[in-house]
Design a protein around this ligand. Structure first.
Ligand SMILES: Nc1ncnc2c1ncn2[C@@H]1O[C@H](COP(=O)(O)OP(=O)(O)OP(=O)(O)O)[C@@H](O)[C@H]1O
Ligand SMILES: [Mg+2]
Length: 507
């Protein structure tokens, strides 16, 4: 007999629906799986066989052929196990075909028949809904994640036996309620703990408001890493759609915990400087998996000790820094991942870290300083929107009573500026950093004084075309923070403070 059951597989950060077909007929007993399965899928035979027997069901001594369609798609992982088992049970008359129709089955079987969760559940549930599927049977720990998707009844089962009892109508398993989880507890550092560094605090506020890229330069112990860690606290929460997108990415990467099925906070990724090329941009064996830049989508990518990163890895960021997505090609498979992140870099001005400090002489030789800076290419630096100097704290700043403004107050201003930007972009949402050339023309209107100041700056700062547009966008954000519809000279002047050519910042 022939049977067909619906399953799905993550593909990149999306998912594809897979038809699991099963044919059972006379012939030499055996169990073959065809349809481009990778090793884990082929091993499903053993898991399905044991699970069916251990669930007290019968495994036929017949010739069994299972096909995973579409056949041209590479299949990885153990998520098809449940669908394979159900298809086999339908084909052998142990489950009625109507019971499994129109239902998505996802889960890995253990030998004893128990069901385990698989990564990418959210992406699979979204793909299923898109295809009009209204019911899913998944492993218990996957249920809250699948249950985030509106319009699908998600039935959690702990084992194959339970799934079969449910399908036969012997056991009622109500669908999980669709709950939007509570907000996560704060785990960032509060800005009120940062002493001094008014200039850098303001720069971070502007960067957060418009999702601009920042580079902080200063001596050791000035507070660069500390400031960066404050960022999550001043960024607005994700919208629900953004949260689904971010959660889907983390789910596919296997980074989602069942206790927190929906990520509400903007991601803050701080990979170590030894991160590999694939770890940063995505790739790996088989179907490419998302890298740090995609895990940082809608959030922050913090690169501490920037010049220590492999130059090849940094250069690979050039394209996603502008296009906000990355295409990874591997062994004939090409996947495009979103990568709209805010880059925050931190570095010392020289290897010893004290160059430019009047009280701490720099011990580096000129060629050492030059070699250190050469690790960052001109094109890479040209993509930075705000260069920020973070000097050593003065005695007064160190000993001052009380801290600075708390994160909460800054976040409210950032949210205000983001609201203005949202009204600009309409339904698709977006930030000033993402304005297209046409939108820059439409939305970044300068007053005559603002225009003439910016014109003078082109020569003074030797601005490139890109530098010019980036300055204009930062000025737009500064004006948004001030609730000003047009961009005046005061906004341009402040944007230019952060545009000081890198050479000058570094000296
Ligand atoms: N501006 C500051 N306000 C309050 N504490 C600070 C400040 N700067 C530094 N500190 C204290 O010093 C510690 C080290 O600072 P941080 O790691 O941010 O320095 P850094 O600028 O990143 O230095 P490095 O260049 O060596 O990485 C912080 O954890 C904090 O305790
Ligand atoms: Mg640091």
């Amino acid at each position: 007999m022939f049977a067909q059951v619906l399953s799905a597989a993550p593909y990149g950060i999306e998912a594809r629906l897979i038809e699991v077909q099963c044919d059972v007929g006379p012939g030499l007993p055996g169990f073959a799986i065809v349809g481009l399965p990778e090793k884990e899928v082929s091993e499903a035979r053993e898991r399905v066989r044991s699970a069916i027997r251990n669930a007290g069901l019968s495994f036929p001594q017949l010739r069994i052929t299972a096909n995973l369609a579409p056949a041209d798609l590479r299949k990885e992982g153990a998520g098809f196990d449940l669908a394979l088992a159900v298809a086999l049970l339908v084909a052998t008359g142990q489950v009625a075909p109507e019971a499994s129709a129109g239902t998505l089955f996802v889960g890995e079987l253990a030998l004893d028949g128990g069901l385990r969760p698989v990564r990418g559940m959210l992406a699979m549930a979204l793909a299923a809904r898109e295809a009009g599927v209204r019911r899913a049977v998944v492993a218990v720990p996957s249920a809250p994640e699948a249950g985030l998707v509106d319009g699908i009844a998600v039935h959690p089962v702990a084992s194959l036996g339970e799934a079969v009892a449910f399908l036969r109508g012997e056991r009622a398993i109500p669908p999980v309620p669709r709950t939007v989880p509570e907000e996560e507890p704060p785990d960032w550092i509060d800005l009120s703990l940062v002493r001094g560094q008014e200039h850098a605090r303001r720069a971070l506020e502007i960067a957060a408001a418009g999702a601009h890229h920042v580079l902080m330069v200063g001596p050791p112990g000035a507070g660069k890493s500390l400031l960066a860690k404050c960022l999550p606290g001043i960024l607005p929460l994700l919208t629900f759609d953004e949260a689904l997108e971010v959660t889907r990415i983390h789910s596919v990467a296997g980074l989602l915990s069942p206790e927190r099925p929906l990520l509400r906070r903007r991601p803050f990724r701080s990979p170590h400087h030894t991160v590999s090329y694939a770890g940063m941009v995505g790739g790996g064996h088989g179907i490419p998996s998302p890298g740090e830049i995609t895990l940082a989508h809608h959030g922050v990518l913090f690169l501490d000790e920037l010049p220590e990163f492999d130059r090849k890895v940094l250069e690979a960021l050039r394209q996603p820094l502008e296009e906000r997505r990355i295409t990874v090609v591997r062994a004939g498979t090409s996947v495009t991942f979103p990568a709209s992140f805010m880059l925050v870099g931190a570095m010392n001005p020289c290897p010893c870290g004290h160059l430019g400090d009047p009280l701490r002489p720099c011990r580096c030789r000129p060629h050492e300083v030059a070699g250190y800076r050469k690790r960052l290419s001109g094109p890479f630096l040209d993509r930075v929107d705000l260069f920020v100097q973070v000097p050593r704290l003065t005695r007064e700043e160190l000993l001052a009573e009380g801290g600075g403004e708390p994160s909460e107050a800054v976040r409210r201003r950032v949210e205000g500026a983001r609201d203005v930007q949202r009204s600009r972009f309409g339904a698709r949402g977006g930030t000033n950093a993402e304005l297209s050339p046409k939108e820059v023309q439409r939305w970044c209107a300068l007053t005559p004084e603002g225009r003439s100041l910016l014109a003078r700056a082109v020569d003074h700062f030797a601005l490139t075309g890109r530098g010019y547009v980036r300055t204009l966008k930062v000025a737009r954000t500064i004006a948004d923070l001030a609730a000003s519809a047009t961009i005046g000279p005061e906004h341009v002047a402040e944007a230019l403070q952060y545009r000081a050519f890198p050479e000058e910042v570094l000296l």
